[in-house]
Write a protein that binds this ligand. Structure first.
Ligand SMILES: [Zn+2]
Length: 141
């Protein structure tokens, strides 16, 4: 196992990285979403931790900072495959790309039965209504 971080200090990596960014100017993921965002990061599609080739152009993609950290945090660290990234985010109408997203379960957000409603009912009780303690003491008589 190679020491982490070491690769990025090498002259070879800096050269490969520069070449990748020159070859692919725009973030690949933004392009898939129909936007032109200049790439600032070079990502290993198959992360080095999982045996990805460090200098193989086939294993490199240009990404913007947002997509790069998204990929690293959501996929590389969780062992998920980057090909699933198409499921992250939303369509143009705001619906999630992920068919398993709770959005599709039909439960409207912000609806919490109980709580506040019970409070209102208690306050709406007419004054002078017998409390539970009254009823118990009456039953004792
Ligand atoms: Zn991007």
């Amino acid at each position: 196992m190679k020491k982490k971080g070491r690769l990025y200090d090498t002259a070879r990596w800096k050269r490969v990285r520069r070449r990748q960014l020159a070859r692919e100017l725009f973030c690949r993921s933004c392009a898939e979403e129909g936007r032109d965002e200049l790439a600032t990061q070079v990502d290993h599609i198959v992360p080095l931790e999982r045996g990805g080739a460090p200098f193989d152009p086939e294993n490199l993609q240009s990404l913007c900072a947002t997509h790069h950290s998204m990929k690293t945090n959501l996929f590389d660290k969780n062992g998920r495959d980057w090909s699933e990234h198409a499921l992250v985010g939303c369509f143009e109408d705001g619906s999630p790309r992920d068919p398993d997203h709770p959005w599709y379960s039909g439960t409207p957000e912000g609806e919490h039965p109980g709580g506040e409603m019970n409070q209102t009912e208690r306050e709406a009780q007419p004054p002078g209504a017998p409390s539970a303690a009254d009823l118990i003491s009456r039953a004792d008589r």
